[in-house]
Design a protein around this ligand. Structure first.
Ligand SMILES: [Zn+2]
Length: 419
């Protein structure tokens, strides 16, 4: 089943065996990177996936971002084995200069070995254990709201709901990758997660897939595109175009002001970040291209969420209790938002289109190939984020100075030059 549960029985432009396959060079492949002329290569076979673009279960952006490239490693990582059977109908040629570097070969072998060892099989009973904790949390929260008059009990109930949402969010992640049962059941569980959290799975799919295939690309990765609130690199001061949001991220006067103080506002914004997720969820659910039934299910799940959530709030005795309850629940999930941005904000960023060939370098085999691999404590990661934000904030204040080269490490600058 596809990640969003779509029907994959698409029969594109016929059987490739009936077509004459052309020889295609990497240079030629690179030219076909537009929505109306979109080629990719997988293991040296060239596919014209223009017609498939709007039906791609992983979203259009995933294909557009890696268009005109050999995408073998991204394909292997993100698709179930069944996806291979869809490929022949799209094949138009063979890549003449297809090469597999030693690290690519090792990476693919590692992936195969891990799959064979059963490490990609999900221990489904673990989700049962999570549910055994989550259900009592949710029930306690509801009982506390309905039967207690105490302000502190209600704040506690908000915290319980926040913890419930955090755990539901992690489960939603696995389900969103179609990784829980790996069957059609996942589709309904996705809707359940949407109904429990108010976070739309269609929004999640677009956003999260981009996070995986274009991690820390300033123009492509939505997880670092937070203008006007945050800018983790002075690169954003040049009002870049976001290929994810399909609009310019204008670095205007209000943005400059907000970014100038971002190291002070970081945790406050994180505590309220859920508001943005609700808004993004509705923007995607109402405006993104998707078929009627997908949109209907998505909006239905969100409707269920808002009915139970607002009903729960109505049981609270007055608006002080309501505000405190909402703030407590949102701030608690803020811990998860901080966790989500830690790796992004404290790591190097890069310019331009994600490169499929280097994609796996962000994955394992670091020791053998001397690739940078970092593991730091939660505290250290938080400090790094604050240093990154502070360095960019100080740059933002200096109107006279043009944005420095991206290659300059902000972390280094912050630690050594600015203290
Ligand atoms: Zn993921």
């Amino acid at each position: 089943m596809a990640p969003n549960g779509q029907d994959l029985s698409y029969q594109g432009n016929g059987d490739s065996r009936k077509r004459v396959l052309q020889s295609v060079s990497s240079e030629e492949l690179r030219k076909h990177d537009k929505p109306d002329d979109l080629w990719i290569s997988i293991e040296g076979k060239v596919y014209d996936v223009t017609e498939w673009l709007s039906r791609h279960p992983g979203g259009e952006n995933a294909l557009l971002s890696l268009a005109g490239q050999d995408v073998t490693d991204a394909f292997l990582a993100f698709h179930p084995g069944t996806a291979w059977s869809l490929l022949p109908q799209f094949q138009i040629g063979v890549l003449t200069d297809y090469e597999v570097s030693p690290i690519q070969a090792d990476y693919r072998k590692l992936l195969t070995d891990l799959k064979r060892a059963g490490l990609y099989k999900n221990p489904v009973h673990v989700y049962g254990q999570y549910a055994a904790v989550m259900i009592p949390m949710f029930v306690l929260c509801v009982l506390g709201v309905i039967y207690s008059r105490s302000f502190f009990v209600h704040v506690g109930c908000g915290i319980l709901l926040g913890l419930f949402w955090i755990q539901a969010g992690f489960m939603g992640h696995d389900i969103g990758h179609s990784g829980m049962f790996k069957t059609g059941v996942d589709k309904y569980l996705k809707l359940l997660v949407g109904a429990l959290t108010g976070i739309g799975m269609q929004w999640w799919r677009n956003n999260h897939n981009a996070h995986h295939y274009s991690c820390n690309s300033v123009e492509y990765d939505p997880d670092i595109q937070y203008i006007p609130i945050f800018a983790i690199t002075p690169k954003f001061f040049a009002s870049l175009y976001s290929h994810f949001y399909k609009r310019t991220m204008a670095f205007d006067t209000p943005a400059r002001l907000l970014v100038s103080y971002q190291h002070y506002t970081f945790y406050i914004v994180m505590a309220l970040a859920r508001v943005n997720l609700y808004a993004q969820t509705f923007i995607v659910a109402l405006t993104k291209k998707m078929d009627f039934s997908t949109r209907a299910w998505e909006l239905g799940a969100l409707g269920v969420y808002w009915v139970w959530f607002l009903s729960l709030l109505s049981f609270l005795p007055n608006n002080y209790h309501r505000v405190a309850f909402v703030l407590a629940s949102f701030a608690t999930t803020g811990i998860q938002h901080v966790q989500f941005v830690l790796n992004h904000f404290s790591s190097p960023v890069y310019d331009g289109k994600p490169q499929s060939k280097t994609w796996f370098e962000n994955q394992p085999l670091c020791e053998k190939y001397k690739l940078p691999y970092e593991s730091v404590s939660w505290l250290e990661a938080n400090l790094r984020v604050l240093r990154t934000l502070k360095a960019a904030a100080l740059e933002a204040r200096d109107v006279s100075k043009p944005a420095p080269a991206l290659s300059k490490s902000l972390i280094w600058e912050a630690a050594n030059a600015r203290g």
